[in-house]
Write a protein that binds this ligand. Structure first.
Ligand SMILES: Cc1cc2nc3c(=O)[nH]c(=O)nc-3n(C[C@H](O)[C@H](O)[C@H](O)COP(=O)(O)OP(=O)(O)OC[C@H]3O[C@@H](n4cnc5c(N)ncnc54)[C@H](O)[C@@H]3O)c2cc1C
Length: 275
């Protein structure tokens, strides 16, 4: 099985951390042998993940799970397929699926399912037909068709196991490219430019409000600790300009504390912080 030492900059969009051994299983048997180990962390595109420099864990990437089966009303895709590849296929074959996520860098099918990614009123779970996963408990391939445990940026994964592939409902659409352009423009109106190192939204939006708005009103837009800061474009995005994991944690705590003091609201992390 391929194993490579990869840096946090290669593994995650925010690029905080050191370098780590990453295993690239090619099939279910190899994945199974890794999943026996309690200490593994499954990494997708790393677009919602922040890593401690001192991690002593094995990383597993399902980058080699790249199957795609396009049918009349559904598509089945391997966990390692990238969002950008799916969007390109949508344009080529003219079908609607994830246009509302256009513009998100690096994300993979496994990470989209695990985070129940969503934007502009749409969520991954609304399009799911089934998820095939390797169970951590039984080490067997199981199929999930009941998505009642999915919620706002929440799913039973990766705790339940490794997503191996997912099947989504699709619809024919002549205007999918225009829709993507529309969503990318909407994104760029309020989010930091895509080339900056961020991990997407830091905190989940509290019910009926926006974490970015509260952080902004708490005076944190543009506020920095060392090499990390709350973006001037949107305070809920933390931008890494050469900072460390401890600086990231300090900034997160600062955000939580100020918002709690000013509004009595407890902010909950959306990014997956791995220690
Ligand atoms: C600029 C920017 C904008 C963003 N905008 C949005 C947005 O609008 N909406 C939104 O929802 N998110 C957004 N995100 C966050 C992120 O893109 C999503 O959460 C995405 O779903 C993460 O996918 P990933 O493959 O990068 O996952 P990772 O960051 O690699 O992993 C995220 C979680 O998924 C788990 N995971 C990954 N693969 C698997 C697998 N095969 N099986 C089981 N568990 C797995 C990991 O263990 C981890 O817990 C944004 C990120 C950035 C950088």
């Amino acid at each position: 099985m391929e194993v490579r030492e990869l840096s946090a900059k290669e593994l995650t969009t925010i690029g905080i951390g050191s370098s780590y051994p990453v295993y690239f299983p090619e099939n279910l048997e190899e994945l199974k042998s890794l999943l026996r180990n309690e200490d593994i962390f499954i990494i997708g595109g790393g677009s919602n993940t922040v890593l401690s420099e001192k991690l002593n864990r094995k990383f597993v990437s399902l980058r080699k799970f790249r199957n795609i089966l396009l049918e009349e009303d559904r598509i089945t895709v391997g966990a390692g397929v990238k969002l950008s590849e799916l969007l390109a296929l949508q344009i080529q074959k003219k079908f609607s699926l994830f246009e509302f996520l256009a513009g998100i860098p690096k994300a993979t099918v496994g990470g989209l399912v695990a985070q129940n990614a969503g934007a502009f009123g749409h969520e991954i779970k609304d399009r799911l037909v089934e998820v095939k996963f390797l169970s951590r408990e039984t080490l067997e391939v199981e199929v999930l068709r009941d998505f009642s445990e999915f919620g706002y940026r929440k799913s039973p994964f990766p705790e339940l196991g490794a997503v191996v592939e997912a099947t989504f409902k699709i619809f024919h659409s002549q205007k999918v490219k225009e829709e993507m352009k529309k969503f990318v423009s909407l994104r760029l109106e309020k989010q930091p430019p895509f080339y900056l190192r961020t991990a997407g939204s830091t905190f989940k939006n509290p019910p009926g409000d926006s974490a970015g708005r509260l952080l902004d009103l708490a005076g944190l837009k543009g506020f920095s600790v060392g090499g990390v800061k709350f973006s001037e474009f949107h305070a809920n995005f933390i931008v890494n300009e050469g900072g460390s994991f401890s600086e990231f944690l300090e900034l997160v705590e600062m955000g939580r504390k100020k918002v709690k003091e000013k509004f009595g609201v407890d902010l909950e992390l959306e990014v997956r912080v791995i220690t």
